[in-house]
Design a protein around this ligand. Structure first.
Ligand SMILES: [Zn+2]
Length: 185
């Protein structure tokens, strides 16, 4: 039975770390993945990176379709992903399980070519565009120690400054568990 993992909140050092390469065959990862996936659904996220639950490994899970009505859960696991090519631009509103109650428009590449390793150790190369590409870029950023508010315009950054400061204080107090209604996109 998978278990719910605690969410690390903005202000926690691990969200600022460039994460370590993961070894798909590592037995720890086999055990960790069901918990990561379970936690993503529990927090109603469409993506969740390993450092958001305190694990220093280049892994994220995603499922962009499941929040739509009647959609089945279809989680994807991306290990050691790399973005190979970027093309075009898009702006979409983003939020993050680690930054509860903060939403803002972020400029992203519209289309990407990327590669990753599956839990079976298979290397996959693929393309994504639109919302799927947005989610992959958001999650990939986590593996690099970047959060979406880093990518805001100066003005938009000013608007969320106070909320970020509050989160930092909460993180210092050791309160690092987001409420289930906090969305990740
Ligand atoms: Zn996030």
């Amino acid at each position: 039975m998978p278990k719910a993992l605690d969410i690390r909140i903005y202000g926690d050092d691990i969200l600022r770390r460039k994460l370590k390469e993961a070894e798909p065959k590592d037995p720890y990862i086999k055990k960790f993945l069901p918990d990561l996936i379970y936690t993503m659904y529990l927090r109603e996220g469409v993506g969740l990176a390993a450092n958001q639950v305190g694990v220093d490994l280049r892994i994220f899970v995603m499922d962009i379709g499941w929040t739509q009505k009647d959609a089945k859960q279809n989680p994807r696991v991306l290990i050691n992903p790399e973005i190979l090519e970027r093309e075009g631009e898009q702006i979409g509103e983003e939020g993050c399980i680690s930054l509860p109650n903060i939403f803002a428009n972020v400029l992203r590449d519209y289309k990407i070519r990327y590669k990753y390793t599956t839990p079976d150790g298979k290397e996959v190369e693929a393309e994504a565009e639109g919302y799927e590409a947005e989610v992959i870029q958001h999650e990939y950023d986590h593996l690099e120690g970047i959060v979406f508010t880093d990518r805001l315009t100066t003005l938009a950054k000013l608007r969320v400054k106070r909320k970020l400061k509050d989160l930092e204080l909460r993180a210092k107090d050791g309160i690092n568990i987001a409420v289930p209604s906090d969305f990740e996109r």
